[in-house]
Design a protein around this ligand. Structure first.
Ligand SMILES: NC(=O)c1ccc[n+]([C@@H]2O[C@H](COP(=O)([O-])OP(=O)(O)OC[C@H]3O[C@@H](n4cnc5c(N)ncnc54)[C@H](OP(=O)(O)O)[C@@H]3O)[C@@H](O)[C@H]2O)c1
Length: 388
């Protein structure tokens, strides 16, 4: 057994920061909660892989874990969690039964923590999956079923590859669900090219890249000019969310709906990726076409939604809920790195000691793309040419 530096979130650190910040989430400092700790790695079992973590992406579920705004997951898990569910690493050692990987391989993780009988997660790794230990650490021991070979020749650099292990499978599943449900109702010969809208962040950006790659018309509604400009380069139209006051009032939602009507030549949106719920949800419904699909894998702004069932029935709009991909779907999403998925990164690549700050900046919503943290000082030869 060996001990490695790792970040943790404890009930004590959450309580201390809650006491300091009071009930105002805007005053809450995530970096006071995400603390540098030590982690004892388990022995490498027959189906396990020990890996050196090279880079990780910052994920929004850390915000939920540190602020305890949805559930207090550290408390539910016995007082402490070791977070981090998206990593790129180098295999150092494999167990006796492992045939898929060998020392020196570069791998990515997925975070499906406990697949149900159809392969979909009932739990997420390093969040609510029992006994799961995350990858914001210098090294990790993980079951081989949770690793996928990194597509090093896909044309992306190391930081871009590190941006995708969690977000790309989420986007991939959202897209295959969204277009699949829509096609159940409207076959291609009745409507070949659909209008697809995504709100906010990294997952929606990747979702829209999938839509665009299949020939559809894609729109990205975000408050960030940098993120909109990055998507415009891929032929995805930006809509400024701040121009509609982030849908604070009914009039804002009406004005947004009018704008969507104009941009789609009266057709409106056939598939909408919400991701945030809260005020975004009614705006996403207001701009739907008949037979549309509205789907989300996130609830950052609200866990509860309300809608008029009669109106949605008359328009035959489907509201769908996504959690995460199957392990096989994560593999399929990885095949699209570089050809379809070309992520927008935040301008700073954070260092190991900056990991808490990266999450605080995510909490403050000041980042201009997906945030990446470099974990390893010394990089293996296999990726040296992939570091810009
Ligand atoms: N179920 C899953 O597997 C899964 C996977 C990944 C993410 N998620 C969830 O999905 C959500 C989005 O994740 P992500 O990784 O795509 O996002 P991200 O890259 O971290 O970006 C978050 C985006 O949220 C938007 N935002 C933040 N505060 C906002 C506010 N007050 N009003 C409106 N928009 C706001 C920002 O968009 P602007 O540019 O408009 O400021 C920002 O770009 C998160 O809640 C996350 O937890 C779920």
């Amino acid at each position: 057994m060996s001990t490695v530096p790792a970040y943790s979130i404890s009930t004590e650190s959450i309580a201390k920061e809650q006491a300091r910040a009071g009930s105002d989430l805007a005053a809450f400092d995530v970096s006071n909660v995400l603390g540098l700790d030590e982690l004892e790695l388990p022995a490498v079992g027959p189906n396990d892989v020990r890996m050196k973590i090279l880079a990780v992406s910052a994920e929004h579920n850390i915000d939920h874990a540190t602020t305890a705004d949805t559930v207090n997951i550290a408390d539910q898990r016995g007082g402490k969690i070791y977070p981090g569910n998206s990593a790129t690493g180098e295999v150092l050692e494999v167990g006796a039964n492992v045939t898929k990987f060998a020392p020196g391989d570069i791998v990515i993780t997925h975070c499906n923590g406990a697949p149900d009988e159809y392969g979909y997660p009932t739990r997420i790794w390093a969040y609510d999956a029992e006994d799961s230990i995350g990858w914001y650490a210098k090294e990790a021991v993980v079951g081989d079923w949770q690793l996928i070979k990194a597509p090093l020749a896909c044309g992306l650099n190391l930081w871009e590859i590190a941006a995708l292990p969690l977000r790309a499978p989420t986007a991939y599943h959202l897209w295959r669900r969204g277009i699949g449900i829509y096609r159940l109702k409207v076959p291609t010969e009745r409507k070949a090219r659909v209008n697809v809208l995504g709100f906010g962040g990294g997952v929606s950006e990747l979702f829209l890249m999938l839509a665009k790659a299949e020939g559809h018309r894609a729109f990205f509604c975000s408050g960030s000019p940098e993120r909109r400009a990055a998507l415009e380069k891929h032929g995805i139209q930006g809509i400024d969310q701040v121009a509609f006051n982030r849908f604070a009032s009914r009039d804002d939602v009406r004005a947004f709906s009018k704008e969507c009507r104009k941009r789609t030549d009266g057709e409106m949106m056939h598939i909408v990726c919400d991701m945030l719920r809260g005020p975004v949800f009614p705006a996403g419904l207001a701009c739907t076409a008949r037979q549309a699909v509205n789907l989300s894998a996130g609830w950052q702004l609200s866990q509860k939604v309300e809608y008029n069932s009669t109106l949605m029935s008359v328009k035959q709009v489907t509201i769908d809920h996504v959690h995460y991909e199957t392990p096989e779907g994560c593999g399929a999403a990885t095949e699209l790195y570089g050809s379809v998925f070309k992520p927008t990164l935040h301008k700073e690549i954070y260092g190991w000691v900056d990991l808490p700050r990266a999450h605080q900046e995510m909490h403050l919503n000041t980042q201009t793309g997906i945030p990446i943290v470099r974990i390893a000082d010394e990089m293996p030869e296999a990726v040296k040419d992939l570091i810009p």
